[in-house]
Design a binder for this molecule. Structure first.
Ligand SMILES: [Fe+2]
Length: 329
């Protein structure tokens, strides 16, 4: 016995099988009788098949081959992207939906020219020393320095006596998502800003000297600038922070809607826990902490851990949707 009536014989069986039971079953709809080319371009979805659709999660993974390639003495001058565009389904390179991280190798005495369609460019010097030019203002850098450059303008990075490796992070996917061309020259939301390694150490030491309560998520040093002082970030949408953990220390479990793209600077016997999954660290890896996942970072070693974090948290703070909360409360 069947609960469904047999279909009328005049209706093909295939038509009945395709009959939608819900608006979520509907395919994309087109105009019934478009009168113009513009009307013919229209497409129609609905609450069931377009709103709050599940997407492939941001990959929870680390990039280790890319730094190994950059640090290989034999590798040539050039850029090595931490690219997950295939998994994310983007037509442009992306480490996460809004952020792209790369390693830049510059052989001793050589120069690397870059021009990123981004509002700004964040650089950390992994090894080597040299200088970069952005317009008429140069910056001399060495290992451990952080500097920020305006985007959408030519930069030249020059290594001096030894090979240099830089970690370069931009918001190119954010602009590509909207098909934007980037700021006009002189109109970027940042100027050249330099955070030398020695000053970073001084500022981090001050954080630990002063101390904090457990209501604060960690002891990260957050970088900003004159132009971005009100946002307390380096770019309107990107937050850059030097985080650290003392030997045996752990960051209190928490979650937020921003993604974190981190460079492991020092972290022997360190790991992260993300939604119950353990992710071991390796030096100079780029590691992604997906949005919304409950996570903590644990230093099981006897040396200080240090990691540079880039988050798209400025975007979520601006939209009042950061969603920060402790995950052990
Ligand atoms: Fe976090």
């Amino acid at each position: 016995m069947t609960l469904l009536a047999d279909p009328p014989t005049t209706v093909p069986q295939a038509t009945v099988a395709r009959k939608p039971q819900s608006i979520s079953d509907l395919p994309v709809q087109r105009a019934e009788a478009p009168a113009t080319a513009a009307q013919a371009r229209a497409r129609y979805f609905n609450t069931g098949n377009a709103f709050n659709q599940p997407a492939v999660p941001v990959p929870d993974q680390s990039f280790t081959d890319e730094p190994a390639q950059a640090l290989n003495p034999a590798s040539p001058t050039g850029l090595i992207a931490c690219d997950r565009s295939r998994e994310l389904g983007t037509a442009y390179q992306a480490t996460t939906p809004l952020v792209l991280a790369r390693y830049a190798k510059i052989r001793a005495g050589e120069s690397l020219r870059t021009e990123f369609v981004a509002s700004g460019v964040v650089v950390y010097v992994i090894v080597g020393s040299g200088n970069s030019t952005c317009g008429t203002e140069p910056v001399s850098w060495q290992a451990g320095d952080v500097f920020v450059l305006p985007g959408n303008v030519e930069h030249r990075h020059n290594a001096t006596a030894v090979n240099a490796v830089l970690w370069i992070v931009t918001n190119e996917p954010q602009l590509a998502f909207e098909h934007l061309r980037g700021p006009a020259e002189g109109d970027a939301p940042t100027e050249l800003v330099h955070f030398p390694a020695e000053e970073i150490e001084h500022q981090v030491k001050r954080l630990y000297d002063v101390g904090r309560g457990t209501d604060i998520a960690g002891s990260a040093l957050i970088f900003s600038s004159t132009r971005q002082e009100a946002s307390r970030n380096v770019l309107p949408t990107l937050m850059v922070a030097m985080n650290s953990l003392p030997p045996g220390g752990a960051q209190r479990p928490h979650r937020h809607n921003s993604v974190a793209v981190s460079l492991v600077i020092a972290g022997e016997q360190c790991h992260s826990m993300v939604d119950g999954r353990r992710k071991d660290w390796s030096q100079w890896a780029t590691t992604v902490t997906p949005p919304t996942g409950a996570h903590s970072h644990v230093n099981g070693g006897e040396k200080w851990a240090r990691f540079l974090i880039i988050q798209d948290g400025g975007l979520y703070s601006y939209t009042r949707a950061l969603g920060f909360e402790f995950a052990d409360a």
